[in-house]
Design a protein around this ligand. Structure first.
Ligand SMILES: [Zn+2]
Length: 244
């Protein structure tokens, strides 16, 4: 069976998809504004619950949506695979009866965020990635090296997209369905590579141009977002999707 091209794939609108990175009480500099305090995440999850909403991984959200059962779901996603997900996010998610997708930079396991100029944050090793899956969360790919895929040549796309899926599937001994574009940077060739590699879906950041399940838009959650900000971001997401 051939892989459908972008033009042949089905346009898709989804429920809100929230994007987090590091969850930590650290007070080190955070120049890229990627760190949310655990107490703040707790307040966000509590507010979702009070609104009758439940957080799940993105693949679960898309599957529920196909069955017409996603009305009270939002997707929670955490990028890069930082060890603080297990320390802080996973216990909070468990307490609130929620799950999430963790997107791991597969070639940096047991390493750090060396692609970025900010403070070094440790990335999980294979055992920790398996522990995340065992706790009921989805593990998705965030490439091998956190490469910018827009404009990448075919060999780079294969190494980063197909290669990272293979690595994570080896670690998990299970299918990896979700993909996340570093920096949200993608183009048609990158989205086609994600589909061809066998992923079920791919997500970007705040880009609401028409797209399908391989370019699902997400809302950035800032370190300063109160629960009220989060609700406003979700409302904006629903509004912007109408143009998709
Ligand atoms: Zn990232």
């Amino acid at each position: 069976m051939s892989t459908p091209t972008t033009a042949a794939r089905t346009p898709l609108r989804v429920r809100p998809v929230l994007m987090y990175h590091s969850i930590s009480a650290s007070t080190a500099p955070d120049p890229h504004r990627l760190r949310v305090h655990p107490d703040r995440l707790d307040r966000h999850l509590r507010r979702l619950r009070r609104l009758g909403l439940r957080g799940v991984g993105l693949t679960e959200l898309l599957r529920a949506q196909e069955r017409g059962e996603a009305g009270r779901l939002v997707a929670l996603t955490f990028d890069d695979g930082y060890t603080d997900f297990l320390e802080h996010a996973a216990p909070l998610l468990q307490r609130h009866g929620m799950t999430a997708t963790l997107y791991v930079v597969a070639g940096r396991m047991d390493g750090a965020n060396d692609w970025d100029s900010g403070p070094r944050l440790p990335i999980m090793g294979a055992d920790q990635v398996r522990a995340v899956a065992a706790a009921g969360h989805e593990v998705g790919s965030h490439t091998m090296t956190h490469a910018r895929l827009a404009g990448a040549d075919p060999a780079t796309l294969t190494a980063e997209v197909t290669g990272s899926r293979r690595v994570l599937q080896d670690v998990l001994q299970a299918e990896v369905a979700g993909f996340c574009y570093p920096y949200g940077a993608y183009d048609t060739a990158a989205a086609d590579a994600v589909a061809a590699a066998g992923y079920d879906n791919g997500c970007v950041i705040g880009d609401y141009s028409p797209g399908d399940r391989f370019t699902v838009p997400r809302c950035y959650v800032s370190p300063q977002d109160t629960a009220a900000h989060l609700v406003a971001r979700m409302a904006r997401h629903q509004l912007l999707q109408r143009g998709r």
